[in-house]
Design a protein around this ligand. Sequence first.
Ligand code: HEM
Length: 417
Amino acid sequence: MTSRPVVDLDHHSRDYLDHRLERWSELRRCPVAYSEAHGGFWVVSGHEAVARVSRDEEDFSSVYRRAGPDGVDLLGIAGVPRPRGIPAAGIAEVDGRLHQALRRTINPFMLPGAVAELEPLMAGLTTWFIDARIESGSMDMVGDLTNPVPAVITMKMVGLPLENWAHYGEVFHAMVAYRPGDPEWNGAMAKVPDMMAGLLAEAEDRRRRPRDDLLTRLVELELDDGTRLDYEQIGAVLWNLVGGGLDTTTSLTSLALHHLATHPDQRARLAAEPDLMPLATEEFLRYYSVNETLSRTVARDVELGGQRLKAGEVVLLSWLSANHDESRFDSPGDIVLDRSPNPHLAFGVGPHRCIGMHVARTMFRVVVSEVLRRLPDYQVDPDATRFYSGNPTLTGVVSMPATFTPGPRLGPKERPF
Ligand code: HEM
């Protein structure tokens, strides 16, 4: 048997963080290779191999088994350090029947029909947050719009008190936007125990006083063996839902608004051709792949891309790389608003495919369309725009000050939530 091809990839290094697309382009020359960083892991970068691993839950488990020293694990399920206090084993980290039961419970709140019912609230929120700034002629596109809208919607979807949106929005944003050890990151991490306690208090409340919401369905879910989820499991699932709902759509929307501000021809075209929005949404999803990487554990010895992977080894999957694979996409480094077909894997594929994808697509369309309509000449300040500095699995924008011709408020003076 030939020895495995070893590549030099440390996804926490400054070099990687600053040159991701170039690094993935080099790594794709060997779509299944091995990195010896962080205890060793397989690096899967080609579109075909990423899709194969994602679809095959028998050979590639979502359960993460490797413990790190001092509770800090530099690979983690998401390829990010997982300090103590961050719950494991939510819906993203379980397999088989438990995973299916969780998906069946949550799905009704995420399907297109349910999302269509949420759309008026998305539109009302977008109007309200733009109204709050439109007379002034300036706003931070992230802090004033692309972070708040998904934060409130996530609260609504899960059944959490809407007035807590700012707390969740700020903590999750700081956790992903800054590098572990940065003061902002430490500050956010310090708030996690309280946040978990708050989530569990809500779950306890639903046990006593059931309501017609997702959280009640979760606490009432009866598993195959007749038991219910314990509070640790509920906390982990809520963490996945709130974390998944919050900063991903924020990042996608912020990055797209940044791109449109810096590419006036494409902005003019999208504003003039609203029917282009569905294809443009898929293209922004592909290009940015804001959830860049996740991991799997090899469940049993298996062959992949000509390599022998052994049970227990860890696989880093790169959706970002798959979505820039030259063998699947022409000019993958260009944003082509009407790209079609566009077989991107930005939401993953297979049993763990993003459960919130319809919510994300709809929120993106509502917010971007409204910005193009109400702030048609917005300009971002390139010197003041700050991008995420050190997250190996999520990209996004920390803050993006923008100016525009002031306009009239359109909505009610009262908050729509
Ligand atoms: C631009 C927006 C989003 C992107 C790019 C994105 C991307 C992803 C990806 C790549 C996965 C992993 C799939 C896998 O492991 O095979 C995932 C899973 C997940 N996402 Fe999203 N997501 C987005 C928005 C959302 C939203 C709005 C929610 C919440 C409601 C959400 C909740 C989740 C959950 C709970 C999972 C775990 C599903 C499972 O393991 O079964 N995501 N997402």
